[in-house]
Design a protein around this ligand. Structure first.
Ligand code: MG
Length: 256
């Protein structure tokens, strides 16, 4: 009976858009502001550039090494080195396309802490081969973020259920969004998470999930949206955040 009442209420809210925030979405730079010359994905420069733009957020991807260091990189491997299977000694030699050293999470937390920008860091805990390693990476990330005192300026995202659950246990008030797109807003809410962060294709198939998530008090983020028409379409759908490789363009379009 309770469940029926809940579903009726949810449908009512979704149909009448109750709970939707009805404000313009905000921009999140995917892997930082990396496209301009001299920048690189997941680099110190791409974070600094995003902080300078003053947009809502700047996203990074993290892996934990065998000896417990948190490296920032999108793919599981870099120049043939599998980050989750190696040690910091090997990672320390790696150089990004713009010549910078591959950062550790703590390098970027230092930059964030020093900055007065309102831009938040969106930390994606990557899905490691062994789910326990995803938990370890999440645990180490929460500890590092706490150590630098920037809990209020960080959001978490992950494809890994284990990572999401671990962060929620360790930091119950943290903003955590699930990335996989295979769970309804109600299912993600049940896990105790605060948002859904799904591919644009998911919202094309399930546009009603935006209002459903809002009715549950959750945030909605969409990735990776670079084309002006898609940016406008997602704005009109009512999402809260747009994750893009073109943060300056996206922010400009959303301000209009
Ligand atoms: Mg990512």
């Amino acid at each position: 009976m309770k469940r029926t009442i809940f579903l009726v209420l949810l449908t009512f809210c979704a149909v009448f858009n109750i709970g939707a925030q009805n404000i313009c979405p905000q921009t999140i730079a995917h892997r930082g502001d990396w496209m301009p010359e001299g920048s690189a994905e997941n680099s110190r420069t791409s974070l600094r550039r995003a902080l300078d733009l003053g947009i809502f957020g700047s996203e990074i991807d993290i892996w934990i090494t065998r000896d417990g260091h948190i490296m920032v990189n999108h793919d599981p491997t870099y120049e043939g080195i599998s980050l989750q299977d190696t040690t910091y000694a090997a990672c320390k030699k790696l150089r990004l396309e713009n010549g910078e050293k591959m950062p550790q999470l703590k390098d970027l937390l230092k930059i964030l802490k020093k900055s007065k920008s309102p831009t938040r860091l969106v930390v994606e805990v990557k899905s490691h081969r062994d789910p326990q390693r995803s938990r370890d990476c999440a645990t180490a990330a929460v500890a590092a973020i706490r150590k630098y005192g920037v809990e209020d300026r960080v959001l978490y995202i992950s494809f890994s259920i284990e990572a999401c659950e671990t962060i929620h246990q360790l930091a119950p008030t943290a903003d955590i969004a699930y990335l996989s797109g295979n769970r309804t807003p109600a299912e993600v809410h049940q896990m105790g998470l605060t948002g859904i962060d799904y591919n644009i294709k998911v919202f094309r198939k399930h546009p009603e999930w935006v209002a459903e998530a809002h009715a549950l008090g959750m945030n909605v983020n969409v990735w990776t949206v670079d084309k002006p028409d898609d940016i406008r379409a997602m704005r009109d759908l009512g999402v809260d955040y747009i994750t893009t490789n073109k943060p300056a363009l996206c922010d400009q379009l959303l301000q209009r």
